[in-house]
Structure formats: structure tokens, C-alpha cells
Design a protein around this ligand. Structure first.
Ligand SMILES: Cc1ncc(COP(=O)(O)O)c(C=O)c1O
Length: 388
């Protein structure tokens, strides 16, 4: 069969492959410790579930506007104003099937063949693939552990060419947990303001912060940059709603309209009653978010303590999200070899850094309970010592 060339341009998702292998082993009754999940292990808070059930019972079961229910877009605009100091109207907001679809629609709406998109590495693994699927060229800019895996304004300036269309900025970061300080965000904003670059700020982990870290939305750094910023966010990580598939994109009207038009011909609209759950998430009590962050804080301390005790392993201390990005190069193994051998020999699932553009590291998600962390890290320690 002659498949379209674009199917060969993107690899299958390595994270999904490792998770699937770990799940299959679990199903066989094998005691697997999984650090591969990219999602909170909590249930969606009750008031959110109740709001969706009520909407379902009230008959909110039909097609809705492609860009999202007006009530939800109003709630999102209000949240962005209050929480992020971003002044968007509801028509500047598109609701999509997760942050993933928001970003995908954006690429299709913006990128033309040969356009370059700057992506700092380590990156969320779907960014380069989305760019390629839209016909663009990912321009990967490597960052180092010594700088907390953050791109410096000078690196950004140097990566810009006449073909550059977009810069993808993700803070807090998946996979490194890096959080740019407000001063660092402003410094990047100043570099962006010197150019005509568009930026998408992926803020999906904005509520998961530690040690007093502060999140400043890139679009709030200066009025100039606001005009050229798209803000991508969603409900998956903050409200434990990964399976609901609700995310959103806010930005200049022309671009939001174009992205919504694309959505109207692909998925029509996000599940209508799920959007009512999302309204409850924004307008209801935020206590469940604080409880989740408190649990992540404890788990983060536990996992960092164990990593610190394993000779040769190191990672910058993550300030956000629920991942640690650990340098395993001391073992002499590639990240894929490391993860495959770790799963086969110790039944511990981790994600190879190569998936995120850094083959020296692995990503461990601590969105799992403390007993799994203790047991899994003891096994990891054994594995690393066996490599020596
Ligand atoms: C950095 C980042 N952006 C966006 C997403 C997409 O999230 P969703 O499509 O579930 O809203 C993820 C999910 O893992 C992510 O880690």
C-alpha cells in the first residue's frame, strides 16, 4: 500500500510504546513500577464530575460551536485575565480536544512548507512532529543541565533566520520540570520584541509549582509580546482531566478564527458535556489542585532524595510539573538501551530522553504513589550499580 509520505516523517510515540509494554507486563501479573505516566494519578475532583453529569442529564449532548461553548470561553477569558494578567475576549479563545489539538490546529493554521519553528530541547515530544506534519522544519536549540535546561535569550536570537515563523516556549517544562523565573521570561520577551516572531507559550503545567516558584505568562511580559503570543493551556494536568480531552488556545483573533475553522472540519467541537465539567473546574473550588500539588511535593522530595543517593546520577531540581530528567550517561548506555534493560531486568518503566531530544537522560514521572517511588527507586539503584 502506498501510504502518504507524511506517515513516514514522524516516528510512533516512544512514551506510549513504553507505557503500553509496562501495562502489558502488569496485565500478565508482573509487579511493574511505572514512572512513565504523563498524567496525575488522581481522580477528577467530584464537583467537576458532577457538573458534567448534570450537563449530560440536561441534554447538553448535541453539536456545539466549533470554537467551544461560549460559557466556557467566557470562563477561560476571565481566568486568563485574573490569573495570568492576559486580556483576551471570549472570541480570542478556541477550545480544543486537549492542548495537543490546540497546538496541532495552530501549526496547521500557521506553518507553510519550509517555515522554521524554534524548539528548545529537551522538548515535549509532540512539538517537532506537529511541526513536521504541518510541513515545517523544527529548529532544535539544545539546552544544558548546568543552565537548568533553559534557553538563553542569546541562543534564541542566534536561532532566528528569515524563515523562522514561531518559537515554542514551555514553562513549567515537560520533561525537565524547569520553570523560567519572571526575570528570565522578561529577558526572553525582550529578545522576542526585537523580532517579528510569533510565540506559543504552552502553560499546561502552570499550577504545578514547588519551592515558591512563580509562573509568569510570556504574554504578560510586555504589551508588544502579547500581540504576538498564543497561550496554550488545558485541564488535563491541573485538574486530573487527561481523558476528558479539553484544552484551549488564546491569541490574536485572526489566528484563533483560522485554527477554529480547521477544527470545524476535523473534530467539529469538543464533547459538549465535558466542556461543562471544564467550566466547573475553573469556577469551582481550587482546593483539589492544592491537594494534588501537596502530594506531588512530597513525592518529589522522596524521588530526589533517592536519586541523590545513587552514585553517578544527577538532575537539576525541578521547580514544576511532575517529572525529573535524570542524566544516566555514567552508565555508558543510550537512553533507549537504559530504559529497555531497566524494564526487562527490574520491571521499572521510565521514558528514554531520546524521545525528548536528549539521549543522555531518562524521564521519571513521580505522578505515582510513595510506595511505588520507594520500591522503584531501590530497583533503579540496583540496576545502575549493575551497569558499573
Ligand atoms: C508540555 C505539554 N503540552 C501539552 C500537552 C497536551 O496535553 P493534553 O492534550 O492532554 O491537554 C502535554 C501532555 O502531556 C504536555 O506535556
Amino acid at each position: 500500500m502506498q501510504l502518504a509520505a507524511r506517515t513516514t516523517q514522524v516516528p510512533p510515540s516512544i512514551t506510549l510504546a513504553i507505557s503500553a509494554k509496562a501495562k502489558a507486563m502488569k496485565a500478565e501479573g508482573i509487579d511493574v513500577c511505572s514512572f512513565s505516566a504523563g498524567e496525575p494519578d488522581f481522580d477528577t475532583p467530584e464537583h467537576i464530575r458532577e457538573a458534567a453529569k448534570k450537563a449530560l442529564d440536561e441534554g447538553k449532548t448535541r453539536y456545539g460551536p466549533a470554537a467551544g461553548e461560549l460559557k466556557l470561553r467566557e470562563a477561560i477569558a476571565a481566568k486568563l485575565y485574573k490569573h495570568n494578567r492576559l486580556n483576551y475576549q471570549p472570541e480570542n479563545v478556541m477550545v480544543a480536544n486537549g492542548g495537543k489539538q490546540s497546538l496541532f490546529n495552530l501549526m496547521l493554521a500557521l506553518i507553510e512548507s519550509g517555515d522554521e519553528v524554534i524548539i528548545p530541547a529537551p522538548y515535549w515530544l509532540s512539538y517537532p512532529e506537529m511541526v513536521k506534519l504541518a510541513g515545517g522544519v523544527p529548529k532544535i536549540v539544545s539546552t544544558e543541565a548546568a543552565n537548568g535546561y533553559k534557553i538563553a535569550p542569546e541562543q534564541l536570537r542566534q536561532a532566528i533566520t528569515p524563515k523562522t515563523k514561531l518559537f515554542i516556549f514551555n514553562s513549567p517544562s515537560n520533561p525537565t520540570g524547569a520553570v523560567y523565573t519572571p526575570a528570565e521570561v522578561r529577558a526572553l520577551a525582550a529578545a522576542i520584541a526585537e523580532t517579528d516572531l510569533l510565540v506559543v507559550a504552552d502553560e499546561i503545567y502552570e499550577n504545578i509549582l514547588y519551592d515558591g516558584a512563580e509562573h509568569l505568562s510570556l504574554g504578560a511580559a510586555s504589551p508588544d509580546v502579547f500581540e504576538r503570543t498564543l497561550t496554550s493551556n488545558g485541564f488535563a494536568k491541573s485538574y486530573a482531566m487527561t481523558g476528558w480531552r479539553v484544552g484551549y488556545l488564546a491569541g490574536p483573533l485572526e489566528l484563533i478564527k483560522a485554527a477554529s475553522k480547521i477544527q470545524s472540519h476535523s473534530t467539529s467541537n469538543v464533547c459538549t458535556f465535558a466542556q461543562y465539567g471544564a467550566i466547573a473546574a475553573l469556577e469551582g473550588p481550587q482546593e483539589p489542585v492544592r491537594e494534588m500539588v501537596a502530594a506531588f511535593t512530597q513525592r518529589r522530595s522522596a524521588i530526589l532524595e533517592r536519586i541523590g543517593a545513587i552514585a553517578g546520577l544527577s538532575c537539576p531540581i525541578p521547580q514544576g510539573a511532575f517529572y525529573v530528567f535524570v542524566d544516566i550517561s555514567v552508565t555508558g548506555l543510550s537512553s533507549l538501551e537504559f530504559c529497555n534493560q531497566l524494564l526487562d531486568s527490574q520491571q521499572v518503566a521510565a521514558v528514554p530522553g531520546i524521545a525528548f531530544g536528549d539521549n543522555r537522560c531518562i524521564r521519571l514521572s513521580y505522578a505515582t504513589d510513595l510506595t511505588v517511588i520507594e520500591k522503584g527507586m531501590a530497583r533503579l539503584e540496583q540496576f545502575v550499580s549493575s551497569c558499573g
